[in-house]
Design a protein around this ligand. Structure first.
Ligand code: ADP
Ligand code: ASP
Ligand code: MG
Length: 437
């Protein structure tokens, strides 16, 4: 391991010149912060635009043959304002013109969206006085659009080994033919994690607008407690279930390299934030770690007497889903029942056909569709060793009149997932939070 810190700064941390100043202070505050990964400028306030959203909008306009001048103007003004207030030496106008020309010529959505971090990276490198390394030379994708993990490792080592300090924009890389490819939304977190892994950094700092991972989404629960320490596994569960602080795929490279991740607040850099590490078998974990949830699920509940004795029943049900290309989230089962939880976007337009086919192939006694479901995961590595966690969850939900439609205890004994009606989502999260916090 090297005495290197990779620091990724999210959109709100780089939303305007004032935020850039904070970032500079942080970067200069520790010599070890050598590789800096910026996102595109995010919102400065609630009603503001995210630059990435505007770039996608430009692309959509071109696709429909509508002028994107007006949208581009907002982008242009934001970058020009940042560059001029920071007195950078590079002429961002030149780069903006080139980007605009390429978008007008019909550049791909990925290329267009990636320019958010590219332009921000150029300004940040200039402002910090360090080298700019284009992510298209460091983050490599296969020609099918998947991350080329080994190729990326080589490219990063090769590009950065003799570079003392550099800015590498997040979110995108390139395919073998040079075409730009992005990760999914929020993907700058992945870029930072890959660089940390490949440079064998001792720490991956992820700077955002909250003082770490909180026990619940602050937009749902008032002032949730911060989580001081969390394992990669727990974080993966929470991130997957909707706690979007860190992109769920960003965990893997850091974990592979055994590199701790520290979520920090650019606006309160002294706060300790959350540290994400390997489960080190802490003994004193009585409580839960966090709660997260997502809406927009449908449950298909199937009932058949002696289902448990019928060999191949589950396989038949799943093969129907496979035939229709539907993936599922959870599949809790009882003696005579099995429930399949699917994301609405997976089953849209296919539900009737899937039900018909399950009826035909599996001959169930009853089949019920429960729409508008939300899933809530209560996560904690101490759960397996603590008695009464689930009772606490269900008592608090009952007290708050939340009807639990489905229960699934993950096989890791690290999470309990419940299904509630979407209208009860916020109420349920608050109820569980207050039962433990
Ligand atoms: P960035 O632009 O820095 O990548 P994101 O918007 O992706 O930041 O992630 C930070 C946001 O995640 C917070 O502002 C908060 O609204 C939201 N969030 C959701 N769940 C949680 C949670 N459990 N803890 C902290 N923040 C959360
Ligand atoms: N700017 C990109 C997005 O808005 C990537 C990121 O912020 O991590 O999704
Ligand atoms: Mg993010």
């Amino acid at each position: 391991m090297n005495d290197i810190i990779v620091a990724k700064f999210g959109g709100s941390s780089l939303a305007d010149a004032n935020q850039f100043q904070k970032v500079k202070k942080i970067v200069l505050g520790d010599e070890r912060r050598r590789y800096i990964v910026p996102s595109a400028p995010g919102k400065r306030h609630d009603k503001d635009y995210k630059i990435t959203d505007l770039f996608y909008l430009c692309h959509a306009h071109v696709q429909q043959g509508i002028s994107f001048d007006e949208v581009f103007k907002i982008i242009e003004e934001r970058y020009k304002q940042i560059a001029s207030e920071l007195n950078v030496t590079l002429d961002i106008g030149v780069y903006l013109r080139e980007v605009k020309r390429k978008i007008a010529e019909g550049a791909t959505a990925d290329y267009t969206a990636s320019r958010g971090e590219y332009l921000n990276g150029l300004i940040l490198a200039d402002f910090l006085g360090v080298e700019f390394i284009d992510a298209s030379e460091a983050i490599l994708f296969s020609r099918y659009g998947y991350l080329d993990s080994e190729g990326t490792k080589k490219a990063i080592k090769d590009k950065l080994k003799n570079v003392k300090k550099a800015v590498i924009p997040g979110f995108y890389g390139a395919m073998p033919n040079g075409e730009i490819k992005t990760f999914s939304r929020g993907g700058s977190d992945i870029t930072g994690s890959l660089i940390a892994r490949d440079m064998e950094a001792s720490l991956y700092e992820n700077w955002t607008d909250v003082s770490g991972f909180l026990m619940a989404d602050p937009r749902i629960v008032d002032n949730p407690k911060p989580i001081e320490k969390i394992s990669y596994k727990e974080l993966r569960e929470l991130a997957y279930m909707g706690a979007t602080v860190l992109h769920e795929e960003a965990i893997f490279p850091a974990r592979e390299g055994g590199i701790p991740i520290n979520i920090k607040n650019t606006n309160a850099p002294r706060d300790r934030g959350t540290i994400i590490v390997k489960d080190n078998g802490d003994k004193d974990l009585g409580n839960i770690t966090g709660i997260a949830g997502r809406k927009d699920f449908t449950v298909i509940a199937i009932e058949k007497a002696f289902m448990n004795a019928e060999i191949g029943f589950g396989r038949k049900v799943l093969s129907v889903l496979e035939t229709y290309g539907v993936s599922f989230e959870n599949m809790p089962s009882g003696i005579d029942t099995i429930s399949i939880v699917v994301e609405d976007s997976q089953i849209e337009g296919k539900l009737d056909k899937v039900i018909e086919e399950i009826k035909r192939q599996c001959n169930p006694d009853a089949i019920q569709i429960i729409p508008n479901m939300a899933l809530i995961a209560t996560v904690g590595r101490g759960m397996a060793r603590t008695v009464g966690t689930s009772q606490k969850i269900f008592t608090s939900l009952a007290k708050n009149n939340v009807n639990v439609r489905m229960i699934d205890q993950g096989s890791s004994e690290m999470n309990i997932i419940i299904g509630v009606e979407a209208k009860d989502f916020e109420k349920a999260i608050n109820a569980i939070y207050h039962a433990f916090a």
